[in-house]
Design a protein around this ligand. Sequence first.
Ligand SMILES: [Zn+2]
Ligand SMILES: [Zn+2]
Length: 776
Amino acid sequence: MKPSGLPSLEWLLFGERFGVKRKAIEITGIVQGIGYRPFVFNLAQTYSIRGWVLNNERGVLIDAEGEDGALDLFIEGLTKLAPPLARIETLKASSIEPQGYSCFEIRQSKGASEGFTLISPDVAICDPCLAELFSPGDFRYRYPFINCTHCGPRFTIIKDIPYDRHKTTMAPFTMCPVCREEYENPLDRRFHAQPNACPTCGPSLRLVDRKGETLSGNALDRTLDLLLQGSIVAVKGIGGFHLVCNAEDRGAVSSLRSRKFREDKPFAVMCRDVEEVKAHCHVQEEEQRLLCSPERPIVLLNRKKSSPIAPGVAPCQNTLGVMLPYSPLHHLLLHGPLKSLVMTSGNVSDEPIAYRNEEVCHRLSEIADFFLFHDRDIHMRCDDSVVQVFKGMPFVLRRSRGYVPFPVKLSFDLEMILSCGGELKNTFSLSRGPYVFMSHHIGDLENMETLISFEEGIGHFKKLFSIEPKAVAYDLHPEYLSTKYALSIEGIPKVGVQHHHAHVVSAMAENGLAGEVIGVALDGTGFGLDGTIWGGEFLRANLRDFERLAHLKQVPMPGGSMAIKEPWRMALAYLFEGFGDKAMDLELDWVKRRDTQKCGILKRMIEKSVNTPLTSSMGRLFDAVSSLLSIRDTVNYEGQAAIELEMAAGPEGKDEYPFEIQEKERPMVVNPIETVKGVVQDLIRDHSPSRISGKFHRTMARLVIETCKRIRLESGLDRVVLSGGVFQNTLFLAFVFDGLKEAGFEVYTHHRVPTNDGGISLGQAVIAHMRCFQCV
Ligand SMILES: [Zn+2]
Ligand SMILES: [Zn+2]
């Protein structure tokens, strides 16, 4: 391509007559490292456009000159026909004086050192690469690291910006002449595909036993044999290691469970294709779209009773978390006799997912029989995302691989802020302009390993997006490690944000809401302004402040955090509340199961307020009822009692239990004690758990709706925002959502950001900005 400068002869002769126009076009979004410039080049050929395209620090710049109509079509195509990974945020085109270019060229990038561009998440292998993977004639036939500019790892391999091969974990691999030619050819699908590789020059697999000895032969074929024989293999993937076994092999599944010290928490399953998913689960249209999307999340689906997947994969659940293969290696593992594999995070109980070859033999040695390594390093660990569908829309429960680091975009600009999130399901956020970069799933910030991962993550995001925070936001809970971390940062303002306010503002931000709303935040635990534990909260909230208008009646938590692990303790607290000394005389299976001496001790603890913090948590009320119904007295993972209560609920009936709204008190108190009494009565009458659970769900929804109505009467507010972990219960969410709509409210809930504590860092960032940088 010859460089253009002076007007060409053709242009001088015909330019005016044919109505030649020239536009300066600036595009922002994910437009780098995903084949956008070659796409622009090809599009320019199609419409005989002359000029150039280049990457700059903000995105892509185009200087385009062509005939009027063709130029319009070209500009339209820049968004409409963009490559699959492109996400166009803005496109600005302004007319300038025609210049008379003779051709179109890709120019050298400018000023990337100042770097602020959006970075693509890791996305699933694309169809052309998949076709090559299984074409015996292709030189990448069965090559587990095949990729192109439209697919493959991004976020997990980038060490620094700008996104260039030498700043990724592909740096140690020198491209062979064939790969290099593809990489340098603007018309090739692998033009500037940073992880481009082939069997000659790229990463490779290695199968290792527990002693660290490499097994001879083809690593992939041997892994397949081992899985078929019932072994558990730690397989290195895109964002970390998975523990993998045959999902239909009951023996393998149960030994994985016992070795991982994970008694009940469901494992995710990876199925060969959509047809295979449909053999195990009911799949609605939106669920299928999510399964097949380039993000490839785990999708929670209703399980079919006939499914041959081992019951131990998801005990006591009607649902199954399923995903489709997203890396070429996954496709290779599922292309043979195995149709579905358990794919659970490679970690021991609460630690973060293992992602380095060095650490994995040591950390997973008690769990995996074999290790399938590869030598492309993972720079940032990233767990699988989890999504379910609510009313035909995605409802993200864990926003991680495939979605991160794509930001949440607001309708206004934020100052640069670091928000540290909560404790469970932690994420942090860093903001810049209209973007909030929410982190990948860090995990439960309860141990050193996770804290290190949290700190490394913050450092990495600051570097990737050139963010130097001007303020830091944190949860008010003084014991959270995220709070302690925030308070240790010196030299910038620190903003403590109430947990449930953060929940509500997170949902407001994702829905683009400003002004005042009724915020309903229902969850397990959140530190309140009065030092008690909140969790059944009705707030009058805006993006800066809130007022607590109503809450669930407080009850004692006998034994503090033990009452979270042992829901029977909450049942006891509610029974004492409702029946006093007669509680232990009730004709209930629940009473028969109790150790009366232990109950006596707890009763005295409650009376003397010893180690019995007060809570208004809705999560704890669900726990208590789960225990009363003999569903769960103790839990093996967070939320288990409430989840199994939801699973038990039958569709029959319209009846509800009574409850009371004590309006004279400020804040108003919503007292569910009559509900608990009603549950007890129904148990004595021998009604089924399915009927009682359904009735309880409807009652709690009614309680929310009636409370919102009272608030509307006084405040005139009619927009309700729903947030908090309790709304992961979609049966309850649907009752609340529909009931509020029926009562004439505008109702908003989460979709792209988790309703659980994984979403609060977004709300924290917005509130901190409003308090520090937005004068009223
Ligand atoms: Zn591809
Ligand atoms: Zn090569």
